[in-house]
Write a protein that binds this ligand. Structure first.
Ligand code: SF4
Length: 208
């Protein structure tokens, strides 16, 4: 049976898709068929109902986190529907995203996005991981543009938009990128007035 939800600690994670607009050098899905004992490759993407049935009572968890072997915002409609269910039943939601929503769905999606997103997510974690388009291209190996600049810019723009919309947004970087790159990422985040968190890399970075 496909793993649409998986528990780690007190959080329940939602695995909506295996599609991704990056091929990050550090991505755990290239290093193991399993993560924390869960097989996260999907035969079929779930409906929102299939996910909410597996969540059950969201109050049993600290957070319901959208984070799988893929980029959750490919499934934006289902993601937002699941958020409604979680909130209606007293739970909390978080999105871990590579920030490519505007690339994946096209910039037109920005119109009306504020209203669509309002109140749906209690936290939005946008992976920055590199301070500029060139190093982003090298580390995250985006697939929707050739040079990486567009993907990097889309990621920054998404975070800025979410901040403007009044959402609780922060950047994250993996700790494998080195001190110099990390301090440049910090400068980016400070300039944009968005917090930055450093997270431990899972597995190993390849080809960095
Ligand atoms: S954005 Fe996430 S799922 Fe996609 S390749 Fe990078 S680490 Fe893997």
């Amino acid at each position: 049976m496909d793993t649409y939800t998986y528990q780690i600690g007190n959080n329940l994670y939602i695995n909506l898709t295996n599609r991704c607009s990056n091929r990050c050098a550090f991505c755990v899905r290239d290093q193991s068929a399993q993560y924390e004992g869960y097989s996260l490759w999907l035969e079929r993407e779930p409906t929102a109902k299939e996910v909410t049935e597996r969540i059950g009572d969201p109050k049993r968890y600290d957070e319901i986190v959208f984070c799988g072997y893929g980029e959750p915002t490919y499934r934006l409609d289902e993601l937002l529907e699941i958020c409604d269910y979680v909130h209606a039943n007293g739970g909390k939601t978080r999105l871990n995203t590579n920030g490519h929503l505007l690339l994946i769905h096209g910039k037109e999606i920005a119109a009306g996005l504020k209203e669509r997103m309002a109140g749906k997510l209690d936290g939005i974690n946008v992976s920055m991981n590199a301070p500029d388009g060139e190093s982003y291209h090298k580390l995250c190996r985006p697939v929707l543009d050739r040079e990486g600049t567009e993907s990097f810019e889309a990621m920054i723009l998404f975070a800025v938009l979410m901040k403007e919309f009044g959402e609780n947004v922060w950047f994250s970087v993996v700790d494998c990128i080195g001190k110099e790159q990390l301090s440049k990422c910090r400068r980016n985040a400070e300039m944009l007035g968005i917090p930055l968190r450093v997270r431990e890399m899972i597995g190993e970075a390849k080809g960095v």
